[in-house]
Design a protein around this ligand. Structure first.
Ligand code: PLP
Length: 356
């Protein structure tokens, strides 16, 4: 497929790299591609960043048929730019596509277009420590039609956003609220897809948690309200009795690429790993008998997010005396060192962005 490139005549001013937040600023260009029943995916193009014109009846606005991905491009000390396991994001975009009836993409082509987009906007890749360029591929249903059915037409776009260090004051633990009242997804639903419905469904519970003084919600399974699932945008891991333990991917949990990387590293280090169902009662009991050593979340934005407090019903469990455990630190360092090219990559996870 051809890729048409139109460069902007009005490049924006670069932001101050020491003051970057998350997802607030966007670069000069974006990638766009359309889908229609006759042509399939067509008209792939990189063009100036611009709003998308939509009929008010556009299906995505009414029925939420949409999917997205999130990954980052990292600067290295030798002034190159690299991606971390982007093939996994492309494969997951297609998995999400299947679950909400969106036509699949050519993963290799979209990855190639993404690299080209980053190389065109490479001046936007921040260079300060722990900063990066966040990449957001999205596909939305475009038919102007009121009625629930899969759309016939779609738009795929990729936008880029320079983002600051997730932990500007250093690696920081979070307080998590466990709910047995609200649920995010259910087995047989679309929890395994990165689709907007799941995030809309999580907002109310997350607001309740925030009012109670917690950063995020830990969701339990929607049927028995016992089995641990994941946090809003992170998978969850426990170190119990010297074993790294995380819930299995049962259909209601997002298959995090950071989760997979943590598990691969642990196995590489010969650290015991268990992917098995874990109940909240088991976590409370392990905290009670002293076998609960660490809790942390894993996801692209924060990489590793240590959990210092877990609130469940009328108890608050304090983990690692409210500090950060050694495994959380070890995973954080190992993964970020690979991402920024400061350590060997024995797994073949790094994909350079060729600066054409
Ligand atoms: C994106 C996301 C994750 C983390 O996935 P990564 O590939 O590690 O970034 C975990 N849970 C949910 C619900 C997510 O949306």
């Amino acid at each position: 497929m051809d890729l048409k490139i139109t460069k902007t005549r009005m490049p924006k001013d670069l932001p101050d790299n020491s003051k970057l937040g998350f997802g607030e600023l966007f670069t000069d260009h974006m990638f766009n591609m359309d889908y229609g029943p006759d042509k399939g995916w067509h008209d792939a193009r990189i063009e100036p960043y611009a709003p998308i014109m939509m009929d008010p009846a556009t299906m995505v606005l009414h029925y939420g048929q949409a999917i997205f991905e999130g990954l980052k491009a990292y600067p290295t000390a030798s002034e190159t730019i690299q991606l971390f396991r982007p093939d996994r994001n492309m494969a997951r975009l297609n998995r999400s596509a299947q679950l909400v009836c969106i036509p699949e993409i050519d993963e290799a082509f979209v990855l190639c277009a993404l690299k080209k987009l980053i190389s065109i906007d490479k001046r936007w890749v921040p260079r300060a420590p722990e900063t990066s360029l966040y990449v957001r591929p999205t596909i939305v249903a475009m038919d102007p039609y009121l009625g629930v059915r899969p759309s016939n037409t779609y738009r795929l776009f990729i936008i880029l956003s320079p983002v600051g260090a997730y932990y500007p004051e250093g690696f920081n633990p979070v307080k998590i609220w466990v709910t047995d009242k609200y649920v995010r997804t259910v087995r047989g639903g679309v929890g395994e897809a990165k689709t907007p419905a799941n995030y809309a469904a999580s907002l109310y519970g997350a607001e309740v948690a925030k009012k109670a003084g917690y950063t995020q919600v830990l969701w339990l399974d929607a049927i028995e309200h016992r089995y641990i699932e994941e946090v809003g945008t992170m998978n969850i891991m426990f170190v119990i009795n010297g074993e790294l333990t995380t819930p299995p991917l049962g259909g209601s949990i997002l298959a995090g690429i950071t989760r997979d990387s943590v598990l691969a590293l642990a196995r590489h280090w010969n650290f015991p790993v268990a992917e098995r169902p874990i109940t909240i009662e088991e976590v409370v009991a392990a905290h009670g008998d002293g076998s609960l050593q660490e809790i942390f979340g894993s996801g692209t934005a924060a990489v590793i997010s240590p959990v210092s407090h877990l609130a469940w019903q009328d108890q608050v469990l304090t983990v690692e005396d409210g500090g950060i455990g050694p495994m959380a630190r070890r995973f954080y360092k190992a993964i970020t060192d690979i991402q920024y090219g400061q350590a060997e990559d024995p797994f073949g996870w790094i994909v350079p962005v060729d600066e054409a």
